[in-house]
Design a protein. Structure first.
Length: 469
């Protein structure tokens, strides 16, 4: 079962109205409005009304009513940083820090092909969707020669599952022979990377309201791309009107690398290449000083906070409370599942609170509601979609999740938001993307989970065999 297509990447708005009643609601709007028992009315792909108590009387063309007793309704979760292909290399190099981990895994990643990438995308998307994600992104930057249409395979996987999606078309042109980390056979030339990125934008990017597929320009990182690729990538993105994404300030080694090669720290280097601005978001941003944070705040540059991956790779604790206090847009990211084997965003809600409380701000670092905001509205901000999704407000897209909160795992926690963020992963009774069901009673609507599990296992084993040979 797949959504009815109207044009590439778009689907027909659902007919009639869907009404959810008797649920606790956390809107995550600017005022943080919540209702202990309220309603949401969805008309077509948008939210028509939301408020306390039952839905307005006399609604016409109601095709479905959902009793939300014992549930919490929130905006759908928004994932702002991921590497889908890494689904096939989970559980490897588990005791490595970032640079050693990359050196260990790049030779394997350089052997991916279209079939593997499609399977990895399906596995990654399925896991996130089952855990409440309605908008996802993938930063894909490994394009081995002769590997097929990797960007097309990723976009197709997202369309088939029904997830709203941004493909950050990544690239690398600095191989090991030029001082970079990836092996030379895993990188593109400058001209190849720019041409392929522009082609992905022309083929797949939809700038309209409610777009299901968007493209960002995303050279991988300072230690795997040339200065020319960063500069010309920024020029390409702004000429095409799309966003920019990369890794930034993830480790102390990156700081040292930038100072040795460029004579400045990562933030100043990015500034010199045109990579600060309201159309830019960067992953991790762990090792930032006060001047770096001020530069991000001044320019509106966003951050994808990935607490589980940062801990898994011993990168450190990002200064999220300070970023938020300065006004920097911050969302949450799963990161690739070779450094976050769980692969779902609820873990990041919880760890955003717990990990940041290990930092200098201690118990005042972050609340459960701040974490929920990072995982919803904050994510929509950094993806450039805050006017459309990320909060439950009249006129916005009906991207929402109905979480069941009356089971053993949560029933004795009085506050449903605290239960959602700090408790065990809550079952998803219903999630909608543009008013269309994505998950029902914990099962994907548009995909066969067992088939995805078989395909990802088979492709992971095939990749392991190729790498071993």
């Amino acid at each position: 079962m797949t959504p009815a297509s109207t044009e590439p990447g778009r689907t027909e708005a659902p007919a009639g109205r869907l009404v959810i009643e008797n649920a606790a609601i956390a809107t995550v709007d600017a005022a943080g409005t919540e209702y202990a028992s309220g309603h949401v009315v969805v008309a077509g792909e948008r939210i028509e009304s939301i408020g306390p108590g039952p839905a307005p009387a006399g609604l016409r063309e109601v095709v479905r009513r959902v009793d939300g007793t014992g549930h919490l309704v929130t905006p759908g979760l928004v994932n702002t940083h991921h590497h889908f292909y890494q689904w096939l290399t989970r559980g490897l190099a588990t005791d490595h820090k970032l640079f050693d981990w990359l050196v260990a895994l790049y030779p394997t990643w350089a052997r991916i092909d279209e079939s593997m990438v499609r399977a990895g995308a399906q596995g990654s998307l399925a896991m996130m969707a089952k855990g409440g994600v309605t908008t996802a992104m993938d930063h894909h930057y490994v394009y081995p020669r002769g590997s097929g249409d990797l960007a097309g395979a990723i976009v197709a996987a997202a369309r088939e599952l029904g997830v709203r999606f941004t493909l950050a078309r990544g690239s690398m042109d600095r191989g090991a022979s030029e001082g970079g980390l990836p092996p030379d056979f895993a990188v593109e030339s400058l001209d190849e990377a720019l041409a392929a990125t522009e082609e992905a934008i022309d083929r797949h990017h939809d700038a309209s309201f409610g777009a299901m597929t968007q493209i960002a320009v995303a050279p991988c990182s300072p230690f795997s791309v040339s200065t020319d690729l960063l500069k010309q990538g920024a020029e390409l993105a702004r000429r095409k009107g799309v966003r920019l994404h990369t890794h930034g300030s993830e480790t102390r080694e990156e700081e040292q690398f930038c100072r040795e090669l460029f004579g400045m720290g990562p933030t100043d280097y990015f500034d010199s290449t045109g990579w600060l601005g309201e159309d830019v978001w960067m992953a991790h941003c762990v090792h930032m000083n006060d001047a770096d944070i001020a530069a991000f705040a001044r320019t509106g540059t966003g951050v994808a906070h990935c607490p589980s991956s940062n801990a898994r790779l011993a990168a450190g604790i990002a200064r999220v409370p300070d970023l938020l206090a300065a006004g920097v847009p911050v969302g949450l990211g799963v990161d690739g599942t070779a450094s976050n084997e769980a692969g779902e965003l609820h873990t990041e809600l919880r760890n955003a609170v717990l990990v940041n409380r290990l930092g200098p701000h201690r118990e005042a670092a972050m609340t459960a509601r701040q974490a929920l905001r990072l995982g919803t509205y904050g994510g929509a901000q950094v993806l450039g979609r805050a006017g459309q999704t990320g909060s439950l407000e009249t006129g916005k897209l009906a991207d929402l999740v109905l979480w069941r909160m009356d089971t053993l795992a949560h029933s004795s926690i009085a506050d449903p938001v605290t239960a959602l963020v700090l408790g065990a992963p809550a079952p998803v009774t219903l999630s909608l993307v543009g008013g269309r069901p994505l998950v029902e009673h914990g099962r994907l609507v548009h995909a066969d989970e067992e088939a995805i599990a078989r395909d990802t296992r088979d492709e992971a084993r095939r990749l392991a065999r190729l790498a071993a040979n």
